[in-house]
Design a protein around this ligand. Structure first.
Ligand code: HEM
Length: 198
């Protein structure tokens, strides 16, 4: 899933002129189809397992909110639509459609007009995939997807100082023992007490 996220980001948002000198549009499309296809297939298996667990494991089902289930269904459908674009893309390997779709994403990101015209020739599978993709952005902050950011946040562990975590168990056990039997706790040493200056 992370590969798809980064791959979509780089693939769709890098302006064509930046990679054109060393990577043709057709080659880039083929690269996206093969690598994205493998990652998409693996993600499809993963999301299917997660969805099955959330729906049919009684304990997980009982602690799931509707939004948790809907989110996984959306991701599952999005993966099916994404994978369904591969055979369609295979029918035009010149990269023409990919450039149009990437252009659409770049227009949206930079608030330029004319984005919708770029989608005019795209089939419904592409359009549905992009519509659902934007819907996922919309539901992002209100669902478990927001945890993606805490996932990236864990990278901070690589550079931040380590934490020393001490258990409080011994202190709590001592306090409990003192309450139960005060005489069992260490008593003052008489000799030491006698010699202590007033
Ligand atoms: C707004 C968000 C998204 C947009 C605009 C978008 C757009 C696209 C486009 C244009 C393609 C076809 C690439 C080509 O053949 O030239 C594609 C493919 C694909 N997408 Fe997305 N997508 C989005 C979100 C997602 C998400 C969230 C997932 C996963 C859950 C996903 C999974 C896939 C897969 C598996 C493919 C097929 C392999 C590939 O070409 O990379 N997409 N997407």
């Amino acid at each position: 899933m992370l590969f798809l996220f980064v791959g979509h980001g780089i693939g769709m948002l890098t302006p064509h002129f930046l990679y054109e000198p060393f990577l043709g549009a057709g080659t880039k499309q083929l690269l996206a189809m093969v690598t994205g296809g493998i990652a998409g297939f693996l993600a499809f298996i993963g999301v299917s397992l997660l969805l099955h667990r959330r729906l049919f494991d009684a304990r997980i089902r009982a602690t799931s909110r509707t939004a948790d289930i809907v989110l996984l269904v959306l991701l599952w459908v999005q993966l099916v639509l994404g994978l369904a674009t591969i055979p369609l893309s295979a029918q035009h390997l010149d990269g023409y459609m990919m450039l149009k779709l990437a252009g659409w994403a770049q227009h949206i990101l930079t608030f330029r007009t004319g984005a919708v015209e770029l989608l005019a020739e795209a089939g419904w599978v592409f359009k549905a995939h992009m519509f659902l993709g934007m819907t996922l952005f919309l539901v992002f902050p209100f669902t478990r997807l927001v945890h993606v950011w805490s996932g990236f946040g864990t990278l901070a562990y690589v550079v931040r100082p380590y934490q020393v975590v001490r258990t409080k168990r011994r202190i709590v056990a001592q306090a409990a023992a003192q309450v139960a039997a005060p005489s069992a706790m260490p008593q003052p040493v008489p000799d030491f007490e006698a010699r202590r200056p007033a």
